[in-house]
Design a binder for this molecule. Structure first.
Ligand code: ADP
Length: 435
């Protein structure tokens, strides 16, 4: 009878088939004790079989067999191979994101290195890991397990090319341009707050105000009282609000018109980018001049960009310009990380939302151009006030505004990870066809 029992329960206890067969007499003995048991699927199978063969259930034996197969770190690795990074579409083990996976008693401790501290998928990854490990425990008949997931982050470089001699900024891991089809849509506001948000989320972040015709960083970052400093012929960036910033606006007379001819503008931009002592940076946000003319086009080619964020307001005329900006970057071979819809709607002091410009227009434009939509930012008086007063961190004192800005920054960071791990990084080139 014991023999029959052993074979019948083998579907759940295959690893213990021999042991069950050998211990069939003990099984019968244990069955008489009627000790209480904890329910699990494997138990249930044994229970059903035993109810047939042994009216008084031998569940205490099942418990013993369950603890006889504890989870090991290799079981954890097997479980983690089934957990996909939701953005990157590959499993955590293949992506090299699992830094440790160990059992300590009945606690599974897993260390995961994310590709950005601004990962929007942290909670999902954590719950997927917990589920995969619990499923694994059940599958092998191990007892209850608790799971602890610890996250670290290391922003990856797009690829080894960026370390090469041709890279003018080898210590900067990801360079993200912020562009717009035209001026006044909030490009500088987004660039500044994107940089501050990424820094708040734990990334080493710089801001290069490359809008040489209308530098906004001196005002938006409150740099007016600060003087420029140099060391060993390099400009020292302004260390403010958690970021490192440099702007042409601090190198020229603020009240004089900035009249740049093409080559001068390129020279000034390149000098600003390459002769600033940035140190090691995870992200450098570059605020480009607006439009799709010669200057923004050429500036986009001077640095190895991971990609470009396009800022657009919802109106049709703004969309038309933004579409041209998207095409410009695509023609240059620069990945379009996505479109931000700024001034999407207006929120008054009572929290009431008003659709002024045709909310959702930029989102539809992004969808029709098949580029990611990074999110919408409403018109908020506080954002304008904090921009004018050079106090961007105050945006995070506002209950909704800080969260809206963080959501944008996380979406940008996740598109950067996708772009760089997808290997799409390339030095921009413009091919000119003669017809
Ligand atoms: P751009 O760089 O595209 O020329 P700016 O970032 O300088 O535009 O923004 C233009 C003006 O609009 C600034 O005064 C800025 O504070 C304001 N602004 C931009 N976005 C918003 C917003 N979402 N809510 C309120 N004011 C905004």
């Amino acid at each position: 009878m014991g023999m029959t029992f052993g074979i019948e329960v083998a579907c759940a206890f295959e690893p213990f088939r021999n042991e069950i067969e050998e211990r069939s007499s003990e099984l019968a003995f244990q069955s008489k004790t009627k000790r209480p048991h904890r329910y699990c699927e494997a138990h249930a199978i044994l229970w059903r079989k035993s109810a047939y063969d042994y009216p008084s259930s031998p569940c205490c034996v099942a418990s013993r067999y369950q603890t006889a197969m504890p989870l090991t770190s290799s079981h954890l690795t097997q479980a983690l191979k089934t957990v996909l990074d939701p953005d990157l579409g590959k499993d955590l083990v293949t992506l090299g994101m699992v830094k440790s996976a160990e059992m300590a008693g009945n606690v599974a401790r897993v260390g995961v290195e994310l590709t950005t501290p601004a990962c929007p998928m942290k909670d999902k990854i954590r719950s997927d890991i917990e589920l995969a490990i619990r499923n694994k425990a059940q599958e092998i008949g191990a007892g209850g397990v608790s799971v602890e997931v610890a996250f670290t982050a290391d922003v990856r470089r797009p690829n080894e090319k960026t370390r090469g001699e041709s890279n003018p900024l080898p210590n900067v891991r990801q360079i993200i341009a912020v562009g717009a089809g035209k001026g006044g849509v909030g490009k500088s506001t987004i660039a500044v707050n994107l940089a501050v948000s990424l820094a708040r989320l734990g990334a080493r972040t710089g801001l290069l105000d490359g809008d040489i015709y209308g530098p906004s960083a001196p005002t938006m970052l409150g740099l007016s009282a600060l003087g420029t400093q140099t060391r060993d012929n390099l400009l020292l960036p302004f260390q403010v609000h958690g970021i490192k910033a440099m702007t042409i606006g601090k190198l020229v007379d603020a009240d004089k018109p900035l009249i740049w001819r093409g080559p001068m503008a390129h020279g000034a931009f390149k000098q600003l980018a390459t002769q600033t002592e940035w140190g090691e940076l995870d992200y450098l946000i570059v605020d480009l001049p607006p439009g799709t003319g010669d200057v923004p086009l050429t500036l986009s080619q001077l640095l190895p960009l991971t990609g470009a964020v396009i800022v657009c307001t919802p109106q049709q005329v703004a969309q038309d310009d933004a579409r041209r900006a998207v095409r410009m970057f695509q023609q240059l071979g620069v990945e379009v990380l996505g479109v931000v819809e700024n001034m999407s709607y207006f929120v008054d002091d009572n929290g009431q939302e008003h659709d002024l410009f045709g909310r959702g227009g930029a989102q539809i434009m992004a969808e029709t151009m098949q580029v990611p939509f990074l999110g919408a930012l409403p018109l908020r008086t506080q954002l304008r006030v904090h921009s004018d007063s050079g106090t961007p961190l105050a945006n995070w004192d506002h209950p909704s505004l800080g969260a809206e800005l963080d959501r944008l920054a996380k979406n940008v960071a996740s598109q950067v990870s996708i772009a760089s791990l997808g290997g799409k990084y390339m030095m921009p080139t413009l091919s000119v066809r003669s017809s």
